[in-house]
Design a protein around this ligand. Structure first.
Ligand SMILES: Cc1ncc(C[n+]2csc(CCOP(=O)(O)OP(=O)(O)O)c2C)c(N)n1
Length: 327
């Protein structure tokens, strides 16, 4: 199926979308390799295959708008403009990282760019960002707040409670469900009876929209409309992006991945980066040289981030309880 066209986006903005998606992809490929090489600790959940959602939505936002992420958070951080060296240093567990090396992949936040945090608690972020939506409404400056979450999270209480209150109070919110058809090792079909999470919006009296989450222009257009609605005081929208993670649930070796191989292959064929690249070439907005320039820029930025991480020391044992607010 051809991608949606996006006549409202100038070509340089479309190429910037590609650059951001490639940055997420290469960042995570490196994070995965370094995790397996024993340089990164804890756990790494890759967003590879879902990049069009984070970039498509965040391109519709202003810097002051706020987002919240999940355990699979690198893509959202990068799309909202987080600093790659500080992200990589955090994954490496170093002092120069976003959490001074004590949070790891699932705890990166940057309030200066409106990134309120990744979150290891499934659906936990939805409540926090709904509070940010209320704050934006009270500030009265037209800000919006965006919750990114998975299909699994849409079965949890916070999703339903927050949609209910956001709809009732007309909060300036986007609820963006990244439906990758599986929650860890459990298929979506085994945990909810509706095939579309977006249908749940009807229960709260707000629009529920289904988009092809691998088509960045479709995602972007849906986000632009939802942002307009939110900014004009009409309340939240639930956008369900049908997408797929090309990797297992985490990068840990030997974990079960019961997904059907044909399903994985079919979605890999619909890779969102390949789709955008092809679309830009068809439009005459990208050639081999242009792509090479983008790829080189991405790899240079990544090498700089890795060198920054490696040059930073590990936190000291006596710093273990610094900046820890709960015991
Ligand atoms: C409250 C809570 N329950 C269970 C888990 C274990 N867990 C981690 S990720 C995950 C699956 C989440 O699926 P989904 O929300 O669809 O996101 P995806 O991993 O597909 O991106 C589960 C059950 C958790 N982290 N938090």
């Amino acid at each position: 199926m051809p991608m949606s066209l996006s006549p409202n986006l100038p070509p340089d903005k479309q190429r910037e979308m590609l650059r951001q998606m490639l940055t997420i992809r290469r960042f995570e490929e490196r994070a995965s390799a370094d995790y397996h090489a024993g340089k990164i600790y804890g756990v790494v959940h890759c967003y590879i295959g879902e990049e069009a959602v984070a970039v498509g939505v965040c391109t519709a936002l202003d810097r002051g708008d706020r987002i919240i992420s999940t355990h699979r958070g690198h893509g959202h951080c990068i799309a909202k403009g987080a600093d790659l060296p500080r992200m990589m240093a955090e994954l490496y567990g170093r002092q120069a990282g976003y959490c001074k090396g004590k949070g790891g992949s699932m705890h990166i936040a940057d309030f200066d760019i409106g990134m309120l945090g990744a979150n290891g608690i499934v659906a936990g972020g939805i409540s926090i960002i709904t509070g940010a939506g209320l704050a934006a409404q009270m500030e009265g400056k037209g800000g919006v707040a965006v919750a990114f979450f998975g299909d699994g999270a849409s079965n949890a209480g916070p999703f339903h409670e927050c949609l209910n209150i956001a709809a009732t109070w007309k909060l300036p919110m986007l609820y963006v469900c990244e439906n990758n058809l599986h929650a860890a090792q459990t298929s979506a079909a085994a945990t909810h009876a509706l095939s579309d999470v977006a249908a749940r919006a009807a229960g709260y009296g707000i629009p529920g929209i289904v988009v092809d989450g691998n088509d960045i222009f479709a995602v972007h257009q849906a986000a632009v409309r939802a942002v307009e609605r939110a900014r004009s005081g009409d309340g939240p929208t639930l956008i369900e992006c049908k997408t797929y993670r090309q990797r297992a649930h985490t990068e840990r070796k030997g974990q079960p991945d019961p997904r059907d191989k044909a399903e994985v292959e079919a979605w890999t064929q619909k890779d969102p980066i390949v789709l955008l690249e092809r679309q830009l070439r068809d439009q005459g907005d990208l050639d081999d040289a242009g792509l090479l320039t983008i790829e080189r820029g991405v790899m240079d930025a990544l090498e700089t981030a890795v060198a920054f991480a490696e040059a930073s020391p590990f936190p000291l044992p006596e710093q273990a309880t610094d900046d820890v607010f709960a015991a």
